[in-house]
Design a protein around this ligand. Structure first.
Ligand code: MAN
Length: 484
């Protein structure tokens, strides 16, 4: 028994399988076994309990549940692998069994015509097909090389764009800090002016108030004295006009004489002076009162205060020992002017901050692998297609003649979407999707409008080319049948 097993194994090793439709690396699965009578047999691949005589393989009858006995016919519904075409001189390939011997030469898959091995009629075309493929491959590889260089340049532009944007952001941010420092300084100056006004006024407030009261009293006093004097003058005047000269009273005569002298010496100007002085005192008193309510508006020098003293010593310290910017607190501006300047700078600050926000949004946007779309920031792709002039600014928007189709919304899954275009008559707002394909460009190669007012564009360009393997090239290769 053992002896016969050894013999059969030895014999089986001597016979090489050559089963049609099976690749070289799988031929070993179809190695025939030899029984004691010297007959060749074989087991189904998924069920070794099913033993077939070797000539049941490819006999056009499906014997194995997994279809493994018919690799080269269409007898089994689900064969475990496809028919192998050797395609010598080109690339081996596999074809579905249902395409075997159907009268069609499937040269795309089996350039050697072996898919029609029973019917024949399919000449081996592998030589010409391989020549065509080599030609295609070489031209593709040459293009890919050029495209690769162009793509790298585009990526460089994109990176430069990002770098510039970062620099712009840095500069905007430093402008913001400068502006903030400036605003703070002006605010401090303004506060300082207010403080200073306050302190000068504080010191004078009492005096002004006191002076106002005193002037008021003096004025009243003077007016009082004046009216008393007038009363006395009236009495003396009455005496000098109504006295009886016949009484010959020397004292009366003397008083009247002195009074008349007094009247004739009394200058009108002096009287006017007194009125003017009264008026000035009255005005001053009014002004002083006003000031005691509203404060002094404009004072040009600092008064010593604790905050100024601290600032003075801080400045002295930083000037001398620390390389810090000097904060100048003195100002030739009035508090109003300072406030106005602060307001202006704060508006400027707001604008800067909005700009910063815009740049940040831009920097965090997805512009595709390597940020490549950024290189198209200022590129307009234009073309007349289907009677319309299209203009595409990938990162801005798209127009069709003078109709706006949509503005950039987002880049996602290799496509860009555009929204909020001009409204369609009796329809939605226009919108679009842009897809990309590898080729010379950038060029708009196709446009379609599958739904009313939603457009699909295909842009071709080197930026969308990736390195290709021989297998990729083979998959895309098309035979020129005219040359076969
Ligand atoms: C214009 C173009 C077309 C669009 C129609 C819709 O003619 O924008 O693309 O389909 O308007 O009314």
């Amino acid at each position: 028994m053992l002896q016969s097993f050894i013999i059969s194994t030895a014999l089986s090793l001597l016979v090489n399988a050559n089963v049609i439709g099976v690749s070289d690396d799988r031929q070993s699965l179809y190695q025939p076994q030899i029984d004691e009578q010297g007959n060749k047999y074989w087991h189904c691949l998924n069920d070794t309990s099913i033993r077939l005589s070797y000539d049941q393989i490819n006999d056009d009858i499906c014997d194995c549940p997994d279809g493994s006995d018919e690799p080269g016919t269409n007898a089994c519904p689900n064969p475990p692998f496809k028919f192998y075409c050797k395609n010598e001189g080109h690339f081996p390939n596999y074809i579905d069994q249902f395409k075997l011997n159907d009268g069609v030469c499937d040269y795309e898959i089996c350039c050697d015509g072996s898919d029609e091995y029973k019917l024949g009629g399919c000449e081996n075309k592998c030589g010409e097909i391989h020549r065509q493929f080599e030609e295609y491959k070489n031209s593709k590889l040459a293009f890919m090389k050029k495209a690769g260089v162009k793509k790298q340049q585009t990526i460089k532009r994109a990176h430069n764009g990002r770098r510039k944007l970062r620099e712009q952001l840095d500069s905007l941010e430093s402008q913001v800090s400068e502006l903030k420092a400036k605003i703070n300084k002006l605010k401090l100056q303004s506060e300082n002016l207010e403080e200073r006004d306050e302190s000068v006024f504080d010191q004078l407030r009492e005096y002004f108030g006191g002076l106002a009261d005193k002037l008021e009293l003096h004025k009243r006093d003077i007016l009082h004295q004046e009216s008393k004097l007038q009363a006395l003058e009236t009495i003396l005047n009455f005496l000098s006009t109504h006295y009886n000269p016949n009484f010959n009273d020397a004292a009366v005569k003397e008083v009247i004489h002195k009074f008349q002298e007094y009247v004739s010496n009394k200058e009108e100007e002096a009287l006017e002076d007194i009125h003017e002085t009264n008026q000035i005192i009255a005005q001053l008193a009014e002004k002083a009162k006003e000031m005691s309510h509203s404060g002094v508006k404009k004072v040009t020098h600092f008064t010593p205060s604790i905050s100024n003293m601290i600032h003075y010593y801080y400045q002295l310290l930083t000037d001398k020992f620390l390389p810090k910017p000097v904060i100048e607190y003195k100002s030739d501006f009035s508090s109003n002017e300072l406030d106005h300047e602060v307001e202006k700078l704060e508006q400027e600050l707001e604008k800067l901050q909005a700009k910063i926000q815009g740049v940040k949004v831009n920097l965090s946007s997805d512009y595709g692998p390597e940020d490549i779309l950024r290189a198209y920031e200022k590129v307009a792709i234009t073309k007349n297609l289907g009677g319309y002039n299209y203009r595409i600014n990938l990162l801005q928007g798209i127009s069709q003649d003078d109709i706006f189709i949509g503005k950039f919304r987002e880049y996602k899954d290799g496509k860009i979407t555009y929204q909020d275009g001009a409204k369609c008559w009796n329809g939605p707002r226009r919108s679009a999707t842009v897809e990309f394909t590898c080729g010379e460009g950038p060029e708009l190669v196709s446009v379609s409008e599958p739904e009313k007012c939603h457009y699909y564009f295909t842009i071709q360009g080197e930026s969308w080319c990736d390195a290709k393997t021989e297998k990729d090239l083979l998959n895309n290769f098309k035979i020129n049948y005219d040359l076969l």
